[in-house]
Design a protein around this ligand. Structure first.
Ligand SMILES: *Cc1c(COP(=O)(O)O)cnc(C)c1O
Length: 433
């Protein structure tokens, strides 16, 4: 499609958008609530930060209230006689979760938080030996992932300097080439124990070719696991088919389940009955039928559920369920289709902006190829990026600043409109004078 830079055109795109009404299922922050300074008003912000904290569905409150009511009225009996018996609450999320990451139901479970799960999964899937002990990561991975990997390596008695290998883009390039990743895996060969990278890099927005990376890892006898914090609910995933060994993600970014929300885990079916895999166990992972016999000797449940430790966190899971129901209603393929168009339109407007004035030049470091990105565009301003980020915020654009020099914007297909993109463009023009 040929885009145009007029407001009319943006409005037309919104009119033709069959998902446009989903925006009204979310609370959009207003300028009034976010700005402490200029012209407080009830006008909606341009909320481009759903990659950091997704917006609140209007239904979330009712989902949580349902559980509060059951707790109020039933006390402990809510485990059995609540509307959604808590004993099995996590199972309510399984089917939709499996769909979002392209998994079988046996392969997923919702539990804990992301970094906790990264550790639990590495306990099972990072089993270094004197010969095979290296972990391949993307350079500049999200800090929590860096710390998790570093501490796992040390836990096994290795030095992070020897054991952690980082992928760095070629000189003059901002993102990684798949062939360079697979080549590195080949070169590391039988010294490589694990590939552990973000499915979509939080900084550049690059969506890696998880299938090829997994195949390359397996070819040298290593395992492949991914942090999907920026991928789940954002890009199409086929974890089962791609033969990924394990993955985990959070629910509060693209999955709109509230700050600090619960996390999802994928463990490939091939491990579903592997009782010999070491793991840190807890009673909720124990064979369901025998869980309350309180006996010695851990017998894991089949599949990902066997990695659970604690009984389910009902309130965060209720928030998660509210959002998953919206994803189901919208249909992920529809969302992806809109997302590709929305982000391409935003990209077009930024490129137009560059051509139309000479004061500010914005470089988009996110790959141009749709297959290599999700919603997010990472913008590098030629100068004073941090200052421009502050001005954008004052003018009602909620985006985020990431050191050393990126402004990330994420037009989210569930609740952002083409007019949001246009407003961002108009504000940029205002700033450039
Ligand atoms: C958001 C994010 C995290 C945050 O981890 P929590 O345990 O949820 O605090 C970790 N890793 C990546 C790649 C992220 O994007």
């Amino acid at each position: 499609m040929n885009f145009e830079t007029t407001k009319d055109f943006a409005q037309q795109l919104d009119k033709n958008d069959s998902l446009a009404h989903f925006r009204y299922k979310f609370w959009i922050p207003t300028l009034n609530s976010v700005s402490k300074n200029t012209n407080p008003s009830k006008e909606e912000t341009v909320y481009f930060c759903g990659n950091s904290l997704g917006l609140q569905p209007k239904t979330t409150k009712a989902y949580i209230e349902q559980e509060l009511e059951d707790w109020k009225n039933l006390g402990v009996e809510g485990h059995f006689h609540g509307k959604n018996p808590w004993l099995f609450y996590h199972k309510l999320l399984t089917k939709q979760t499996a769909k979002i990451v392209g998994a079988k139901e046996i392969e997923v479970v919702v539990m804990n938080n992301l970094t906790v799960n990264l550790h639990l999964l590495m306990v099972s899937f990072y089993r270094p030996t004197q010969k095979r002990f290296k972990i391949l990561m993307e350079g500049g991975a999200f800090p929590s992932d860096q710390y998790a990997v570093e501490s796992q390596v040390k836990f096994h008695g290795f030095s992070p300097n020897d054991a952690i290998v980082e992928l760095i883009p070629r000189t003059g390039e901002d993102t990684l080439r798949t062939e360079d990743i697979t080549k590195k895996i080949e070169d590391l060969g039988d010294s490589l124990a694990l590939v552990m990278i973000g499915g979509v890099n939080y900084y550049t927005g690059q969506f890696f070719d998880l299938e090829k990376i997994t195949a390359a890892a397996h070819k040298v006898g290593a395992t492949a696991g991914f942090d999907l914090a920026h991928a789940a609910g954002n890009v199409p995933l086929q974890l089962h088919e791609w033969n990924v060994d394990f993955a985990t993600w959070c629910s509060y970014k693209y999955l709109n389940s509230g700050a600090g929300g619960t996390s999802g885990v994928f463990i490939h079916e091939k491990y579903a009955d592997d009782d010999l895999l070491p793991r840190f166990a807890g009673w909720w992972g124990h064979d369901e039928k025998a869980r309350f016999q309180m006996k010695k000797g851990f017998i894991p449940m089949r599949g990902a559920e066997g990695w659970q430790l604690s009984n389910a966190q009902i309130l965060p899971m209720a928030a998660h369920k509210a959002s998953l129901d919206i994803f189901e209603e919208a249909g992920f393929e529809n969302l992806r289709q809109k997302s590709e168009q929305l982000t391409a339109y935003m990209e077009f407007l930024i490129e137009s902006f560059n051509k139309e004035q000479s004061k500010i030049k914005i470089k988009i470091i996110t790959p141009k190829n749709k297959a290599e990105r999700g919603c997010q565009l990472s913008l590098v301003f030629d100068k004073e990026g941090k200052k421009y980020h502050e001005i954008l915020t004052q003018k009602g654009v909620i985006s985020d600043w990431r050191e050393p020099n990126v402004i990330r914007i994420a037009p989210i297909p569930l609740y952002n409109s083409f007019m949001d993109c246009y407003r961002f463009y108009a504000i940029l023009k205002e700033i450039a004078g």
